[in-house]
Each structure stands twice: as C-alpha cells, then as structure tokens.
Design a protein around this ligand. Structure first.
Ligand code: ADP
Ligand code: MG
Length: 182
C-alpha cells in the first residue's frame, strides 16, 4: 500500500473537472484518503512543492527544447519566447510561469492510496505535455497544450494535474500540503 499526492491544478478546477478526474482515479480501486482545497495556494507552497534542483531545471529545459523541435520550431523561436536557449535558463523561466499558473486559482490537494498508487497515478496522468500525452490518459483526454503554444502567450503549460513521481517526493509533498505546511 502506498500514497501519492495529487494536485488538481487551476485549469482543472475552472473547467469543472474535479469530479471526473477523481472518479477516474477511484474507478481503478485507488482510494481518496484526504482532500483539501487551497483557494488559491500561496507562493510558499508552490516554491516548496517545486524545489527545482539543477537536475529539475535542466530536464524541464530539455523537454521544452525537444517539444519545440518536434513542433518544427527553431532555437531562434525558443530565444524569442524564453529570452534564452540554454536548458537551465529555460528551466528558470518555466519555473516562474509555473508559480503564476498555480497561484492563479483554486488548487485541490488529494492523497490517493492503494497498491502501486504512485506508479499507477503517473501512468494514468500521462506525458507532461498534453499534446504528447496518449489518448486514454487524463492529460491526453482533456487537453492539447504544448510548450510552444504556451510560450507564445508567455504562460506555463496547463496540464490539469500533478502527481508524485517517487516515494520520496510523495512523502515530502504529503507533508507539505497536509502536514507541517509552509
Ligand atoms: P510533470 O508534472 O509531468 O511531473 P515536470 O515536473 O517536468 O512535469 O514539470 C512540472 C510542471 O511544469 C508541468 O506539469 C507543467 O505544468 C510545467 N511545465 C513543464 N515544462 C514546461 C514548459 N516547457 N513550458 C511551460 N510549462 C512547463
Ligand atoms: Mg514533476
């Protein structure tokens, strides 16, 4: 038995998808152990949630460049939209946009429990970029956003849901949203 921390992001709440997304998680046999609404969350929670190690910043930047290339765009266009072309620099820009996105409205924090909960929920949410997320996944079924489209409006990718990616992050995130807080 394990627990995962899920966040329903402001776009999921605005679009009225709370019930449908939680239903999909429950349909698998996973159980909802706790729910808390942050209306909206403060900066401190988001900063602590995305601690943004160098590795995280680099990977976010790398995924962004890959997404631009797969959309047929060039580094010139990356430069136009982010002001920089290196992975770490892009990662930092994304981080700021992410803070704006997640403090822009209501976020619902949920503890989901069950066998293989962390792995199962990650599989269910799908790829970070909704345009690349498989049909049948939550991000794939309810969105088509991608890095280039989001960057043109200087905003974060909106992808409805967050889920813990390891036992260590799950423990840390559950403590942040349901325990000692900020
Ligand atoms: P995941 O949420 O799939 O674990 P990450 O931890 O890499 O993905 O990224 C955290 C969040 O940052 C994403 O869910 C998304 O909202 C946002 N994000 C990631 N990459 C970009 C990008 N290139 N441009 C804008 N926002 C992004
Ligand atoms: Mg992540």
């Amino acid at each position: 038995m394990s627990q995962s921390l899920v966040l329903l992001k402001p776009d999921a709440v605005r679009r009225g998808l709370i019930g449908r997304i939680l239903q999909r998680l429950e349909d698998t046999g996973l159980r909802i152990r706790n729910i808390k609404m942050y209306d909206p969350p403060d900066y401190c929670h988001i900063l602590k949630h995305y601690e943004s190690t160098d590795e995280w910043l680099f990977n976010v930047g790398k995924k962004t460049i890959e997404d631009f290339v797969s959309a047929g765009l060039t580094l010139e266009e990356v430069k136009r939209d982010y002001g920089v072309t290196d992975e770490m620099g892009i990662g930092r820009v994304v981080k700021n946009r992410l803070i704006e996105y997640l403090t822009s409205g209501t976020v619902v924090a949920v503890i989901v429990e069950g066998n293989m909960a962390i792995e199962k929920v990650r599989l269910m949410i799908g790829h970070t970029i909704p345009a690349m997320a498989a049909p049948g996944s939550i991000r794939g079924d309810y969105g088509t956003d991608n890095a280039a489209f989001a960057a043109a409006s200087k905003r974060s990718i909106e992808n409805l849901i967050h889920a813990s990616d390891s036992p260590e992050t799950a423990e840390k995130e559950i403590d942040l949203w349901f325990g000692s807080g900020c």
